[in-house]
Design a protein around this ligand. Structure first.
Ligand code: CUA
Length: 145
């Protein structure tokens, strides 16, 4: 019991020092944004898809209670899409079923990850962080044609 408590205290101290003193943030969270100004801050003032090259896209999405804006994105098969997401309110999830994309969307930060959609179909975009009473209604889709 005593050993368990001591181990726990040591563990929490290491965690506290690492988190607060070393200012550790997830490596993808390099871009910051004022969560109160998301709807006025480009490119999130006009969320959606931008074509950046042949079969290359950037998708800007706002995750908010309880939806994604835009709720649907359509790209041709073989496209590589880099997703950028932020939240004006609470922490949301950004998980695209059938891909390795699984991000936390934290107010104040822009999360990003990319995926090449080789197979056509409809991919569900789900919020997988509990964000409130409408959490289970929060979804979108990526249509690959
Ligand atoms: Cu947004 Cu759960």
């Amino acid at each position: 019991m005593t050993a368990g408590v001591i181990t726990l205290i040591v563990f929490l101290c290491i965690l506290g020092v690492a988190a607060l003193h070393d200012n550790i943030v997830p490596p993808s969270h390099l871009q910051t944004i004022d969560p109160a100004q998301v709807s006025q801050t480009p490119p999130f003032d006009k969320p959606g898809l931008r074509k950046t090259g042949p079969k290359q896209y950037e998708a800007y999405l706002v995750a908010h209670i309880f939806a994604f804006t835009p709720e649907s994105i359509t790209v041709p098969a073989g496209s590589t899409v880099t997703f950028y997401a932020t939240s004006p309110d609470v922490v949301h999830g950004f998980f695209i079923a059938g891909t390795a994309i699984n991000m936390m969307v934290v107010p104040g930060w822009v999360s990003d990850d990319s995926h090449t959609f080789t197979k056509s179909g409809t991919y569900l975009l789900l919020c997988n962080e509990y964000c409130g009473s409408g959490h289970h209604f929060m979804y979108g889709k990526i249509v690959v044609q």
